[in-house]
Every structure is written in structure tokens, then in C-alpha cells.
Design a protein around this ligand. Structure first.
Ligand code: PEP
Ligand code: MN
Length: 270
């Protein structure tokens, strides 16, 4: 791979992206929350539960990139206000996806990290816009993208002056269709060689199946991920999106305990 530029790793230093006590690139950051913000009650219940279970940050989509235009599209501004309430109540910092250049600036008042979803990884206008923002950006891997294409997208953001980019592996399309995507865990050690940016893993979108998430989360930690992002719902069967890949709060707490223990064990190996 040709040297890409600002994102490239040139020495042993890896970037740490610090947001208060949450530090990407140091230790293991656990992000959890619903796929979509559905209501204030639902979001607060899940936020409290994931906080108690050991999450460091809350996730929740309010602009949803759905395959069908008839599927739930998200609560928009109302959802952002709910996330803000959840943040105030639990102290958890919040990450949420931005779909449109027009929303970057005002949405930044409600969230701590702006997420660029897989479907927008190569939306160059959006990348330039978040590059001008002061908020950290969680850049998901496009489902048809190589590591080089992904790193070039991160480069768009850094080039505009925003160096706080966190990469998130979330699976790619392959011929295998048992899983929703094929989670490419080799991307984690590969990216640690190629870039100084932190790398986290989303095993929910990466597999699409609750039963596979614990093992793939532990595997992500073993591969050296700086964090994991987990979808949690207290009534997965009734979720408005991604119920099939949402852990219950109890399943999440058990997983958080295990990934934390594995990370501590691995630090002892070094
Ligand atoms: C999400 O995290 O809510 C999401 C839509 O994920 P992805 O962009 O990876 O499909
Ligand atoms: Mn989802």
C-alpha cells in the first residue's frame, strides 16, 4: 500500500483520542446502546443498564440509513434531545451517526462523537465537513472497501484539520451469507501497522447474530482492538432496528466483564 499521508504510522507512536476519561488508543473503550433511539424511556432504560454493566460510552442512531425507505428512519432532533438527557443523567458520552452535511454543525451540539456509517464512508463531502468540525469522528469501514480506501477516507478528515478519527471495523460483504457481513478481524492488527489512529470493532453489524457477538468481541480484543461497539436492547424482539443483533442488558454485562478481563490478561502478557 502506498504511503497515504497524515494517517500513516511513521514511528512507534499511536494516537490517543481523549474525551474526558474516555481514551481511545489506551485501554479498551466499550461503547453500547440501542441501534436506534426509539423513545426517551427506552433510551434512558438502556443507558442506565449499559452504564451499570460497564459501558464507557452510549451509542444510539437518530438518523438511520435504512435499506427500505419505509423502514424506521430515526427520530432526528427529538432523538438527539433524548441522547442529551441520557448523557446528563448517566454521564456517558454519546456517539451518533450523521448522514448529511447539513446536519454536522448543529448536531455537534448534542453528541460527543460524530459517526460516519459504512454506507457513507466514501461520501467525500461529508468527510470534508466532519473534517472541519471540532468533534472526534468514528469512521466505519464501508462494506465494499479495502483498507487502503478506508484509510484514504480518514485522510480526507485529517487533511481538513480534524485529527481525532477513530476507525471502526464492522464487517464487509463476501460470498458468505450466513452472517450479515464477514467481520474482518485481520484489519485490526493490519491497521495497527498502517496507521496511528485507534481501531475499534463492531461485532453486531459484523455478524448480524446475537449468538456470535460474544466470541467475536473477545476475538477483537485478542486481535488488539482499542474498543468494541455493542448494540443493546431490553426487548430485542420489539426493536425498531437490528433486534437480531442486539444483546440484552444482562448479556451485555456478562460480555463487558469478559472483554475487560481478557484485556487485563493481555496487558499482563506484554
Ligand atoms: C450503526 O452503527 O448504527 C450502523 C448503521 O452501522 P453501519 O454503518 O456499520 O451499517
Ligand atoms: Mn444497527
Amino acid at each position: 500500500m502506498n504511503n497515504i499521508g497524515l494517517v500513516s504510522r511513521t514511528d512507534s507512536t499511536r494516537s490517543v483520542i481523549a474525551l474526558g476519561e474516555v481514551r481511545f488508543g489506551e485501554g479498551l473503550v466499550v461503547i453500547a446502546g440501542p441501534c436506534s433511539v426509539e423513545s426517551e424511556e427506552q433510551t434512558l432504560r438502556i443507558a442506565r443498564a449499559v452504564k451499570a454493566g460497564g459501558a464507557h460510552m452510549l451509542r444510539g442512531g437518530v438518523f438511520k440509513p435504512r435499506t427500505s425507505p419505509y423502514a424506521f428512519q430515526g427520530l432526528g432532533l427529538k432523538g438527539l434531545k433524548i441522547l442529551k438527557t441520557a448523557r446528563e443523567e448517566t454521564g456517558l458520552l454519546v456517539v451518533s451517526e450523521v448522514l448529511d452535511t447539513r446536519d454536522v454543525s448543529w448536531m455537534s451540539e448534542y453528541v460527543d462523537v460524530l459517526q460516519i456509517g459504512a454506507r457513507n464512508m466514501q461520501n467525500f463531502s461529508l468527510l470534508k465537513e466532519v473534517g472541519k468540525s471540532r468533534k472526534p469522528v468514528l469512521l466505519k469501514r464501508g462494506m465494499y472497501s479495502t483498507l487502503s480506501e478506508w484509510l484514504n477516507c480518514a485522510e480526507y478528515i485529517l487533511k481538513e484539520g480534524n485529527s481525532r478519527v477513530i476507525l471502526c471495523e464492522r464487517g464487509i460483504r463476501t460470498f458468505e451469507n450466513y452472517t450479515r457481513n464477514t467481520l474482518d478481524l485481520s484489519a485490526v492488527p493490519a491497521l495497527r501497522e498502517l496507521t496511528h489512529l485507534p481501531v475499534i470493532v463492531d461485532p453486531a453489524h459484523g455478524t448480524g447474530k446475537v449468538g456470535l457477538i460474544p466470541a467475536m468481541s473477545l476475538a477483537a480484543v485478542a486481535a488488539g482492538a482499542d474498543g468494541i461497539m455493542i448494540e443493546v436492547h431490553d426487548d430485542p424482539a420489539a426493536a425498531l432496528s437490528d433486534g437480531d443483533q442486539s444483546l440484552t442488558p444482562a448479556q451485555f454485562s456478562e460480555l463487558a466483564r469478559k472483554v475487560t478481563a481478557l484485556r487485563a490478561f493481555m496487558e499482563g502478557l506484554n
